[in-house]
Structure formats: C-alpha cells, structure tokens
Ligand binder design. Structure first.
Ligand SMILES: Cc1ncc(C[n+]2csc(CCOP(=O)(O)OP(=O)(O)O)c2C)c(N)n1
Length: 355
C-alpha cells in the first residue's frame, strides 16, 4: 500500500511591466518601437471608441452596448501575437480585440445599432462573429483548431471568454477536446473579477482560473492583463507552441472591468468604489504611456496627435454609421432557412399587416 503525490502542479504568473511603466529586461519580449506604437495607438483608439459608444447609447443612437474599458491591454497584447490567417473567436466584450483585428469602427456601431450587417466577416482576416451566449465560443474555437490540425494548416484559434464562462460546460468541453486532440487553440480568459454582479471569489473555489487547464492536461498561466507586454509574451509563446503541434494553452488575464457590465447595468449597486480607484492606478494605457515616455517614444505632441487621430476616426465612423440606410426589416425572416417554415411565414405576414 502506498500514499504518495502522483504529480506536482505549478501555475506560472507573468508580469513584465510594473504600474510605473518599468520593465524587467530579462522578461521583455522582442518588440520593435513600431509595434509598441501600434499597441499604444490601438489602445487609445479602442478607449476613444468605447467612451463614444457609451455616450451614443445614452443618447439613443445605438442599442445596448458592452464596454471593455480597462481590458484594452489584455486584448491588444494578445492580438499582437496573432497573424491574420489565425482565427479569432470574440465575445461581446472583445471590442478592442476586434479593432486590433481591423474591424471597421462603423461596422461595430452597426452591430450595436441592431443591424446584422455589423457582423459581416472580412475575407482578409479570420475573425468569427461575436458570441453573445456565455462560453459557447469555446466549442467553436476548439472545433476550428481541430479542423486546422486535420487540414495540416499552421493556423491557431484564439478564443476570449470571461471568468464566469469558465464555470460553463462549453468551456470544459472545449478545453477537453483541445487537450485530447492537441488542437492549436489558445483559451484566453479575461478575469475581470466579475460576471455581471457575481464576484470572482464566489464564481469558483479555485485559487486561479489558470489552474483549470491542469485537469485537461495542458499548461495554464496567469498574466497581469493590464500589462500589454506580458500578454503579448504569454500569447506569443502559446501560439508558437500550438503552431508547432504541441497543443493548447489557457491564459488567465488578470484584469478589471473599469465600467458597468453593460449599458443596462449599474455596478455601483454591487461594487465597492474603492476597488475602482485601486484599479485606475493600474490602467493599461497609462502604464504603457509611462514606459514610452521613459524610452523617448512618446512626448506631449505625439500623445495629443494620437488622441486627435483617434477622435477623428471615431467621429468619421459615427457619421458613416448614421448615414447607412436601414436594412429591409423583412431580411429578418429570409436568411435563416433555404425554405421559409410556416411559423416564419405567418410572422412575415403579420409584420406586413402591421407595418
Ligand atoms: C448562456 C447564457 N447564459 C446567461 C447569459 C446572460 N449573461 C450575459 S453576460 C453574463 C456574465 C458573464 O460573465 P463573464 O463570463 O465573467 O464575462 P464578462 O461579462 O465579465 O466579460 C451572463 C450570465 C448569456 N448571455 N448566455
């Protein structure tokens, strides 16, 4: 008889840049000044878009909008590690990732304005449509990654989810398949500490989200999600590993939702405002700005120009969105089935009677 430890598990944590913008050179990934500037400019553009979209919702110019404020570092750092041919599986809070993946801004507004054309996928870059049901995108990503493997392609799939989604079967099933079949799938959980009003502490008794990968036989890592360099490094390593046939990875981006869950929510009802103040000091954009200033990559005039360019791009997108003619409401009935079922025919007739 014996009682012994079968295996010992470890979960790594990675931070490359601290809150003052100082980096540890031994951990710093290889990255050009151009790439750093791209990260900064994309983060500023995303934040500007996010703030504007929130205001548009309040003015009744778009429908429900889901902000991603505070999560720009984790999304843009991760996207910097992908190639266009790789597959992105976004969720409703992945706006910054979609902006980094070349989605036209007015298209994102069309989507929030209830126009299905907002979900059209570009032919030049492999972005899936946004998933609204919590966690289902994990299955799509694992399946797509398996397909890439079967076809002998060197592409990876990367899927975003929140901490709440990791309690769902879709996440567990996707992780299991990816683990068993060594699918080139990167699971990125943006642990923003809340699933609407459910705090991370009561979401799971596990100490980290990252350790959930261990049960499925592959590596999990917790990363400072407000550190764009750490996210870039962790995702780049996971992508390289997956491309080389060594299977999936789970990356927990430890971050904070610096906004309400959605425009239908009021987080002040369940969150301590002190917490928000603490996280403001870790803002991913401020942190990168400090780093760039120290390195001589940013001065006041560049900073002002980036802000001005972002504002102009967002205003132009609003104009384009608002001048886009509304779609034909009958389209709602026509796209789902090759032959329209009876119930839909009845609804279409009812619509025609009422309009
Ligand atoms: C299958 C399903 N159940 C419930 C909901 C309602 N819902 C929308 S967001 C959300 C919380 C998700 O939290 P998390 O996964 O942590 O992501 P976050 O919104 O924090 O980014 C819930 C329960 C949904 N969209 N889909």
């Amino acid at each position: 008889m014996v009682r012994k430890v079968i295996e010992k598990f470890e979960v790594e944590y990675l931070q490359v840049m601290d809150e003052q913008g100082n980096v540890d050179n031994s951990l710093m990934p290889k990255i050009s000044d151009e790439q750093v500037k791209w990260m900064y400019e994309t983060m500023v553009l995303s934040r500007t878009f996010d703030d504007k979209a929130f205001n548009l919702q309040r003015q009744g110019r778009i429908g429900t909008y889901i902000q991603f404020k505070g999560q720009e570092g984790s999304q843009i750092g991760a996207m910097a590690a992908l190639e266009d041919k790789d597959w992105l599986f976004p969720m409703y809070r992945s706006g910054a990732a979609l902006i980094a993946r070349k989605t036209p801004l007015h298209q994102l507004l069309l989507y929030s304005g209830g126009d299905e054309r907002g979900l059209l996928c570009s032919k030049d870059i492999n972005n899936f449509p946004i998933a609204i049901p919590v966690g289902t995108q994990n299955l799509h990503a694992a399946g797509c990654a398996m397909a890439s493997r079967f076809k002998g392609e060197k592409t990876v799939s990367l899927v975003f989810m929140g901490d709440g989604a990791t309690s769902k079967m879709d996440f567990l099933t996707g992780m299991n398949f990816a683990g068993v079949f060594k699918a080139p799938c990167i699971f990125v959980c943006e642990n923003n500490q809340f699933a609407i009003s459910v705090s991370r502490k009561i979401q799971t008794a596990a100490e980290t989200i990252a350790q959930k990968s261990i049960a499925f036989g592959f590596k999990g890592m917790q990363v400072d999600g407000n550190d764009v360099f750490a996210m870039y490094k962790a995702v780049s390593e996971a992508v390289e590993n997956a491309r080389n046939g060594n299977g999936p990875a789970l990356i927990e981006a430890y971050t904070y939702r610096m906004c309400d869950h959605s425009t239908s929510d009021d987080a002040s009802k369940y969150r301590d405002p002190k917490e928000m103040e603490e996280w403001k000091a870790k803002d991913p954009i401020d942190r990168l700005e400090k780093y760039m200033r120290n390195k001589g990559l940013l001065d006041d005039s560049y900073r002002a120009k980036v802000a001005e360019d972002a504002k102009n791009k967002v205003e132009a997108a609003v104009e384009e969105y608002e001048k886009t003619p509304a779609p034909n409401p009958e389209d709602m009935f026509t796209y789902m089935f090759a032959e329209m079922p009876l119930q839909l025919k009845e609804q279409l007739e009812e619509y025609r009677r009422l309009k």
